[in-house]
Design a protein around this ligand. Structure first.
Ligand SMILES: NC(=O)c1ccc[n+]([C@@H]2O[C@H](COP(=O)([O-])OP(=O)(O)OC[C@H]3O[C@@H](n4cnc5c(N)ncnc54)[C@H](O)[C@@H]3O)[C@@H](O)[C@H]2O)c1
Length: 425
């Protein structure tokens, strides 16, 4: 492990050149973020501000970190999941002078040690994916909140928890719900998770998807994307849900809907995408066919109850990277990918750069809005803030333009027609 006190702790600085190549590759697919970097690196609006982030250290995150740095920010970073750091990227960032504490395969104690190092020096802004950093500030370092201007949250599970915290009056500073922006939730979670989850499954199994009974638990944004892409590869998709309207959508979009108890008996590949705990548990594992493949793409590793699986297993061994075989007492074998952590990040590279381009443009703008409010005496009361709808359309428009696509715009008559309540048949 390469470690320099107060500066970085990464797996191996010797991986830096490979990490730089990965980031350069990602950058060629991230024109929106690149445009923001070009625009704001002239004026350096983040000069004098320290941004502390806790988000998967991928090549795309590297591009975001360097965009903040190019625009004047002092950045300190840790990964938000023990199995999602790309060690090459972490090394490249450390060599480039970014304060970074992240490596693949850390344990829980090390995970919080890394977060603590990023806030040894008080941050002005926090950036989360799953809210672990913001909870650390609230639970163990409350004094830091006095000088924190605000924060942002990248994912559904984190936003849910922060909304609950705000409703209870416990939130100490404002947080942008980046996840809930249309150019994030409706793209990153759907198409990003859809493709990268299959990527993780394929890298860790190399199985044929066509013809398989492919069970998706949760038909929200992520689950819908996974189901769509699995069906596209020829799998027979089965959906389990707890929300009637989500289950209806799944049915009308051509998938079979049933309970997990029913699906457990016929499924061959299972993916959880719910943000909920114990979605697949002991009694489900006990019903599964020999050879079933199980993984999770929700934020936390609580969706699969692996403790209960271990209790009905007689043996376990790694059969491939990110693929653990459990032999059950009944003789069946079950293969769990990435120890139940987000399979798309642990076993593959996370979302494609093209998708993260828009998600991270939203992150950049959220933090710009926070410092603009700070500098202009704007409202910084503790609450969850949605990104402005116009910003969504602006980011969407830049993305379209960089893809070389043009769309129509409303004429003056059409704009007037839209709000004409006197018009009828
Ligand atoms: N892997 C990734 O890179 C990635 C990317 C984005 C979000 N996420 C995470 O994925 C999870 C889902 O996010 P989302 O945006 O799709 O949320 P969402 O709210 O849009 O959808 C979740 C769905 O799960 C359903 N559900 C809840 N409990 C269930 C249960 N026990 N059985 C079956 N269905 C159940 C809900 O009814 C809902 O329809 C969250 O934890 C989120 O943070 C992961």
């Amino acid at each position: 492990m390469d470690h320099k006190e107060g500066s970085y702790k990464v797996r191996d600085l010797g991986l830096a050149d490979a990490g730089r190549l990965r980031m350069e590759w990602a950058e060629t697919r991230m024109p929106v973020l690149k445009r923001l970097r070009e625009e704001f690196s002239q004026t350096k609006p983040f000069e004098g501000y320290r941004i502390t982030g806790c988000l998967h250290v991928t090549k795309e995150t590297g591009v975001l970190i360097e965009t903040f740095a190019a625009c004047g920010a002092e950045v300190a970073w840790s990964g938000c999941n023990p199995l999602s750091t790309n060690d090459e990227v972490a090394a490249a960032l450390a060599v480039a002078g970014i304060e970074i504490y992240a490596w693949y395969g850390m344990n829980t104690e090390e995970f919080y040690w890394c977060i603590d190092r990023t806030i040894d020096k008080p941050p002005h802004l926090t950036l989360d994916d799953g809210a672990d950093l913001i909870f650390t500030v609230h639970n163990r370092h409350r004094h830091l909140a006095d000088t924190i201007i605000g924060g942002s949250e990248e994912t559904t599970t984190g936003v849910h928890r922060l909304r609950a915290m705000a409703d209870d009056g416990k939130l100490l500073y404002p947080v942008y719900a980046v996840n809930d922006a249309e150019t994030k939730w409706d793209f990153d979670n759907v198409y990003g998770t859809g493709q990268s989850t299959l990527d993780g499954i394929l890298r860790s199994t190399s199985v044929l998807l066509a013809g398989k009974n492919f069970v998706v638990a949760g038909y929200g944004h992520c689950g819908r994307g996974v189901a769509m892409r699995a069906a596209g590869m020829g799998a027979n998709v089965i959906v389990t849900e707890v929300k009637p309207t989500a289950a209806l959508k799944a049915t009308l979009e051509g998938h079979r809907v049933m309970t997990m108890d029913q699906a457990a008996e016929i499924g061959q590949i299972f993916v959880t995408a719910t943000g909920m705990r114990d979605v697949i548990r002991g009694r489900h594992f006990a019903k599964m066919q020999d050879g079933a493949i199980i993984c999770n793409t929700g934020h936390y590793d609580v969706e699969l109850n692996l403790q209960e699986l271990a209790e009905i297993s007689s043996d376990t061994r790694m059969v491939r990277p990110d693929n653990r075989e459990y032999t059950l007492d009944n003789g069946n074998r079950i293969f769990v990918l990435a120890d139940g952590r987000l399979v798309n990040l642990a076993a593959a590279e996370g979302h494609p750069s093209e998708v993260m381009d828009m998600s991270f443009a939203n992150q950049f703008m959220a933090h710009l809005n926070l410092i603009r409010a700070h500098e202009s005496g704007g409202d910084l009361s503790p609450r969850i803030i949605d990104l402005p709808v116009e910003l969504d359309q602006h980011i969407g428009a830049i993305k379209l333009e960089t893809m070389g696509l043009s769309i129509d715009s409303l004429t003056e008559e059409q704009v007037a027609y839209e709000s004409d309540y006197a018009a009828g048949t």
